[in-house]
Design a binder for this molecule. Structure first.
Ligand code: IFM
Length: 433
């Protein structure tokens, strides 16, 4: 990898990311059941019915994993806390062992000179709250605020940055409209409510953290560059709808207090009463925004009801996820986000990486190199990009695709749980350390 740290602006931070349910081993340490456990136990939802019960057993291998991050030379570790580990029933009593674990995680990072970047929700909704309707329920912002207070009262004095919710599109649209993630719904009304309640919950959480004096607060959204499959007017309009739902809805709410017209066409009748009044909460000021980026999608118009689009065939090269490799999209999102939504606010690439089972992994090195060039191009174009984190530190539970999609810089043998750094890990360590 032909980079030096001085090829990026002074103070630019490099890091790696993971999430709780994907690595910890959720059956251990007193965590409550989550909606991913019941989703995975339902035939047809997850490859081989795999779940996060053991995952990478990070809970019991914390020091070994933190040493891997230190030896990589990462400045930042982006991890998440599990709501169901902190509060097994989602509300009420906290799990002392869960709080102790996150305390040790943060201290372990600081001892090794790594900045702790916490996300409070990366998808493992406590089952007890899912039973009450989960993200459809208008009480979610209150419940999430209580959880925020519980976890951040314990670790918020030592975190370097904090974001409430990872990838609102996945939490809401992917899980309530497309049905590919827990709770596996395909329901337009549930989708509208989930999309809105996720944003209100984000805003309440930010307010709680400000009240606690927690510093450096942000939001993390995921993006896919939408391409019309042909230059027909119908495909162009369909791609614009895709872009509005996936990319512009959440930024619009967070930074403009507005939802795109193309989304309102389908969702407005299903939003909760008084939704416009929530923008004051949703727009609580932030210190940074996170961009998670992997790929583009080619979009065709259909004759179905709204949103009336379909995925058109991909064009190679593809990752093991079947996703196209399209680094230009990262540059375009970074510049568009700054230009249209966030201005001078620092932008972090909070996730970028590829699934590849190849070892050694020159394909991953090439993917990361090309995307880092896109980051440099965006910076040259004036986007205030302040950091870049690779997804992921190690192979882990890739949700509905189980353990066979490998995103790690470190290989995990899921029989023995042995960790082995890949060529990409060494390629980054060569200039990060
Ligand atoms: O593994 C996921 C992660 O949980 C959220 N962002 C995308 C990654 C790859 O699919």
């Amino acid at each position: 990898m032909d980079f030096k740290r001085s090829d990026f602006p002074e103070g630019f931070r490099f890091g790696v990311a993971t999430s709780a349910y994907q690595i910890e081993g959720h059956a251990q340490g007193g965590a409550g059941l989550t909606h991913w456990d019941s989703f995975a136990a339902t035939p047809g939802n997850v490859v081989r019915f795999e779940d996060g019960a053991r995952a990478c057993d990070h809970l019991n291998r914390l020091d070994e994993d933190l040493d891997l991050i230190r030896d990589l030379g990462a400045d930042v570790y982006r991890f998440s806390t599990s709501w169901a580990r902190v509060m097994p029933e989602g509300r009420g009593a906290a799990n002392k062992d869960g709080l102790d674990f996150y305390d040790r995680l943060v201290d372990g990072l600081l001892e090794r000179g790594i900045a702790p970047a916490v996300t409070l929700y990366h998808w493992e909704l406590p089952q007890a709250l899912a039973d009450r309707g989960g993200w459809r329920n208008a009480d979610m912002p209150d419940w999430f605020a209580d959880y925020t207070e519980t976890i951040m009262s314990r670790i918020g004095d030592r975190t370097w940055s904090a974001a409430p919710i990872n990838e609102p599109w996945c939490v809401s649209w992917l899980s309530h409209f497309e049905g590919h993630h827990a709770p596996g719904l395909r329901d337009i009304r549930a989708t509208a409510r989930a999309m809105h309640h996720v944003l209100v919950s984000h805003g309440r959480s930010i307010q709680v953290m400000k009240g606690l004096g927690v510093k450096n607060l942000g939001a993390v959204c995921n993006f896919e560059w939408a391409m019309p499959n042909t230059d027909s007017d119908a495909d162009i309009a369909a791609a614009a709808r895709y872009d509005a739902i996936y990319n512009r809805f959440f930024l619009g709410g967070l930074f403009k207090g507005d939802y795109p017209a193309e989304v309102m066409e389908g969702l407005e009748p299903h939003l909760p009463d008084g939704w416009q009044d929530d923008f004051a909460t949703i727009r609580s000021p932030l210190d940074w925004v996170g961009v998670n980026y992997y790929t583009n999608k080619r979009i065709s118009a259909t004759d179905d009801p709204w949103p009336a689009y379909a995925y058109a065939p991909t064009q190679g090269p593809l990752t093991d996820m079947g996703w196209e490799v399209y680094p230009q999209g990262l540059q375009d999102f970074l510049t568009r986000t700054a230009r249209e939504y966030t201005g001078d606010l620092p932008i972090y690439v909070t996730e970028n990486g590829m699934a590849s089972a190849t070892t050694p992994d020159p394909d991953r090195i090439a993917y990361l190199t090309d995307h880092l060039h896109s980051v440099q191009a965006a910076i040259a174009d004036g986007a205030p990009v302040a950091g870049y984190y690779v997804w992921s530190l190690m192979d882990n539970y890739e949700w509905a695709l189980g353990y066979e999609k490998r995103f790690g810089l470190v290989h995990v043998d899921f029989e023995t749980l042995a960790r082995t750094p890949k060529a990409s890990y060494h390629a980054l360590a060569n200039w990060w350390r």
